[in-house]
Design a protein around this ligand. Structure first.
Ligand code: PLP
Length: 387
């Protein structure tokens, strides 16, 4: 059966160039990057080259890149690494759980936390960040692109406010990297998280940008790896794959890839809206990354629709992957002011850069019939239709 994958915000497949780049580092070039002999030196050179590539993706110096096990660890390192009991953290209500649950744990350990809200399109305002500042605010952490809606935040404005008050600024750029150009100098952030598997690199590898002269406390103690910021033998093949994926992402953006992908996403979105009534875009009107659309289908349980689409061969998501299986409506959609019923009727379609024209045609073929079928069984739709 044909499968069409539209869940790129959960993860993306390796592209062949990335896999080929990684392959030798599992076997013949297996060295430990901390060893002095030739095998070690080869590994060190490969890690250094990948560090340069990841740094280039976000406009950083290579010495400012700390390799981690992924976006989750990068977020944990940014928050735990810069906050102590008595400090104040400002973050947002729409962060990924890698930031939200870290903030909740920090609160238990004596850090004061403020969660700023967002508008109907999931935009966070600089005024809200400004109003939340306190004399003891040590860190502001607000994501660059939201994983559920794809909506981009004006993080440079938040960074300016944080710095004016002597606080650091962190952004979770996991869903923005490789989709929009990122320059840490222009964003003026001190800490920035990225993850390889969202950009056709391997799972289990990420990085935290730590601006020069910004000191963080490590999460792990052990060797002096990563300039004493992250102990543990580097994930050599993973890091090499991350480097290659970063180079390819930059090339893709430079060659106009995002505009082509946005056109496909828009065709999907407008096709669905034209074919199905009582449907709309969550985050409409806001600036978004090219690949994401989050749609509500009133009178339908998104979980049932997700399963129906999966059976037809289309993979989509009912929110962030980490919450799938949970029946709670998405915290992001609730923070945007959606009713719990509409939040439960929402699905995320996230295209990868490999998405073909025919994939969108396939989705446009299967989604309307699946929604119609579920609505036939929906008492609330029957009541609506009878009006
Ligand atoms: N932050 C955001 C915005 C994400 O979307 C994700 C993954 O879904 C993460 C962090 C976690 O990244 P990782 O899966 O590499 O731990």
């Amino acid at each position: 059966m044909r499968r069409v994958y539209m869940d790129a915000n959960a993860t993306t497949p390796l592209v062949p160039e990335v896999f080929e780049a990684m392959r030798p580092y599992y076997m013949e070039r297996f060295g430990n990057a901390a060893s002095i002999h030739m095998e070690g030196q080869q590994a060190r050179a490969a890690v250094d080259q990948a560090r340069e590539s990841v740094a280039t993706l976000i406009g950083a110096r290579s010495s400012e890149i700390v390799f981690t096990s992924g976006g989750t660890e990068s977020d944990n390192l940014a928050l735990f690494g810069s906050l102590r009991a008595g400090d104040h953290l400002i973050t947002s209500a729409i962060e990924h759980s890698a930031v939200l649950h870290t903030a909740q744990e920090l609160a238990k350990r004596g850090v004061e936390v403020t969660y700023v809200g967002c508008d109907r399109a999931s935009r966070i305002s600089a005024d809200a960040v400004q109003a939340a500042m306190r004399p003891n605010t040590k860190l502001v952490s607000i994501m660059l692109a939201n994983n559920e809606t794809g909506v981009l935040q004006p993080v440079a404005e938040f960074a300016e406010i944080a710095h004016k008050h002597g606080a650091l600024f962190h952004t979770d750029a996991v869903q923005a990297a490789g989709k929009v150009p990122i320059n840490v100098a222009a964003l003026d952030c001190d800490l920035l998280s990225v993850s390889a598997h969202k950009i056709h690199g391997p799972q289990g590898v990420g990085a935290l940008f730590v601006r020069r002269n910004v000191r963080i406390t490590p999460l792990f103690y052990g060797g002096t790896h990563e300039r004493q910021r992250r102990a543990g033998t580097e994930n050599l093949p993973g890091i090499v794959g991350f480097g290659k994926a970063s180079e390819l992402a930059l090339q893709w953006m430079a060659s106009g890839g995002p505009a082509v992908l946005a056109a496909e996403r828009d065709r999907l979105e407008s096709g669905i809206l034209a074919a199905i009534n009582e449907t709309g875009v969550n985050g409409a009107g806001a600036q978004r990354v090219a690949n994401t659309t989050n749609l509500y289908f009133d009178h339908v349980e998104a979980e049932a629709l997700l399963i129906a689409l999966d059976l037809k061969g289309l993979a989509v998501s009912g929110g962030s992957a980490c919450q799938s299986g949970a029946t709670e409506p998405s915290h992001v959609l609730l923070a945007m002011g959606l009713s719990p019923a509409r939040a439960r009727a929402s699905l995320r379609f996230s295209l990868s850069k490999l998405a073909a024209n025919a994939d969108v045609d396939f989705a446009l073929d299967v989604v309307p019939s699946a929604v119609a079928r579920l609505r036939e069984l929906s008492p609330s739709y029957k009541a609506f239709a009878a009006k």
